[in-house]
Ligand binder design. Structure first.
Ligand SMILES: Cc1cc2nc3c(=O)[nH]c(=O)nc-3n(C[C@H](O)[C@H](O)[C@H](O)COP(=O)(O)O)c2cc1C
Length: 190
């Protein structure tokens, strides 16, 4: 075994205390569960609980990823913001669909979200720009807010036996269906 391989094998994984999660008792509305888990992550004191991996597809069909922070959540979806001159903006203009992956490591929780992405108004984009901590009074016409309207969620609560509890939600029009993902569908870390 190489030294790196050994170092990687003995790293601590999940925290000693993990919440229980019963996929059979999951609420009908995934946004309710998402808000509860985001609130838990904020309350846990974890740094940047609103940060996630935001994935787009490039012009060759290849995935691209970067960290973004969530700016708001409303009936249009989960909001993010960035520059219209960015790579992600070009990807979204060509293929307005994205994925989000939240990992709250101190809670052993992961949430994957996917759905179409819509650019929000100039006014909302300007307001977001002005609310940034680095705002210096200058406007930025290149700043844009987008809303990802979820059409699929997958929630995972880690367990020490690696039999992680998972539930998948799929939207059909405005109605959501959900089902626990069974052990045979587990693909968690070894
Ligand atoms: C914790 C963290 C939060 C970030 N939040 C944002 C963000 O909200 N908006 C943004 O444009 N870039 C943010 N970035 C920078 C992006 O990860 C990325 O480097 C940048 O947006 C360029 O991405 P692109 O070239 O794929 O378009 C953040 C980076 C980190 C590490």
């Amino acid at each position: 075994m190489t030294e790196l391989r050994h170092v990687l094998r003995i790293l601590p994984s999940f925290p000693a205390e993990l919440s229980g999660f019963d996929p059979d008792a999951a609420p009908a509305d995934p946004l309710e569960l998402f808000r509860a888990w985001l609130d838990d992550a904020i309350a846990s004191g974890e740094r940047q609980p609103h940060a996630m991996t935001f994935s787009t597809i490039d012009e060759d069909g290849r995935p691209a990823h970067r960290t973004l922070i969530v700016k708001d959540i409303d009936e249009r979806g989960i909001h993010v913001s960035s520059s219209l001159a960015s790579r992600k903006a070009a990807h979204l203009a060509a293929r307005p669909w994205a994925g989000m992956l939240f990992f709250w490591r101190e809670l052993g929780r992961q949430v994957e979200v996917g759905g179409p992405v819509e650019a929000l108004s100039r006014e909302e984009s300007e307001a977001d720009w002005r609310e940034r901590p680095s705002y210096d009074g200058r406007e930025n016409p290149d700043w844009q807010v987008w809303a990802l309207r979820p059409e699929r969620f997958e929630f995972l609560q880690a367990t020490h036996d690696r039999n992680h509890a998972r539930v998948e939600y799929v939207r059909d029009g405005i109605a959501w269906d959900h089902r626990p993902l069974r052990a045979s569908e587990q693909v968690g870390p070894a």
